[in-house]
Design a binder for this molecule. Structure first.
Ligand SMILES: C[S@@+](CC[C@H](N)C(=O)[O-])C[C@H]1O[C@@H](n2cnc3c(N)ncnc32)[C@H](O)[C@@H]1O
Length: 198
């Protein structure tokens, strides 16, 4: 499964979203669910001071080895869950959340932790997929999700990502949405944006 996820997360349509988002990161960055490290190549090395990558799955972070060797950035990987991060309050200028709010078992807890570790003027950058606003697609997402979740390493296709972010106490400042072609609609309703603390 980690190898499949690595390939899926490297496709061109997703790389395009990373290229639009990750260069916005600055200062001390906490990257949630860093996994195979696909974002590393997209950081602006002139703006980022250091990166703390949080991910409990060692088989996933092991796949980041080559990308870690290729970056000049200071990156520390912590193999722990985003729901309970051993990090100080108000530590991060940027929290990066890409394609893992779907998988983190208790996303509400993880977002509360992101809020805690962000500085008051910090920013949450996110690229995620989740619940479609189209009633028919959302109905399919609800039907498919129990099976998808089992075959796709715990991924959920029907989470209300903006709702989760707002409920955790963030204001969403920018948000772009839409289906990511050429993939099936049930798994690719996409949210890209930036949020700050309310
Ligand atoms: C689909 S991958 C995305 C990886 C990476 N964020 C990216 O953009 O390519 C989902 C990642 O979430 C991680 N993950 C799963 N449960 C987690 C948790 N409780 N806290 C943090 N990360 C978690 C997985 O190990 C995996 O690396």
């Amino acid at each position: 499964m980690p190898k499949l996820v690595n390939v899926a997360c490297g496709v061109a349509a997703i790389a395009k979203q990373r290229a639009l988002t990750i260069p916005e990161a600055s200062g001390v960055v906490v990257e949630i669910g860093i996994g195979p490290g696909h974002n590393l190549a997209f950081y602006d090395t002139g703006k980022v001071k250091r990166i703390i990558g949080v991910d409990p799955v060692t088989e996933m972070t092991a796949l980041a080895e080559k990308r870690l060797r290729q970056t000049s950035l200071e990156v520390e990987i912590i193999n722990t869950s985003a729901e309970d991060m051993p990090l100080d309050n108000n530590l991060a200028d940027t929290v990066v959340l890409t394609y893992c709010a779907c998988t983190i078992p208790v996303a509400e807890l993880a977002l509360a932790e992101m809020r805690r570790v962000l500085k008051p003027d910090g920013r949450l950058l996110f690229c995620e997929h989740g619940r479609s606003p189209d009633v028919n697609v959302a109905r399919w997402q609800d039907r498919i999700n129990p099976y998808w979740n089992r075959i796709a390493g715990g991924c959920n296709v029907n989470r209300d990502i903006p709702g989760l972010i707002k409920t955790a106490g963030f204001d969403i400042k920018t948000l772009e949405t839409g289906y990511l072609a050429p993939f099936p609609k049930f798994s690719t309703y996409h949210f890209r944006g930036m949020a700050s603390l309310r």
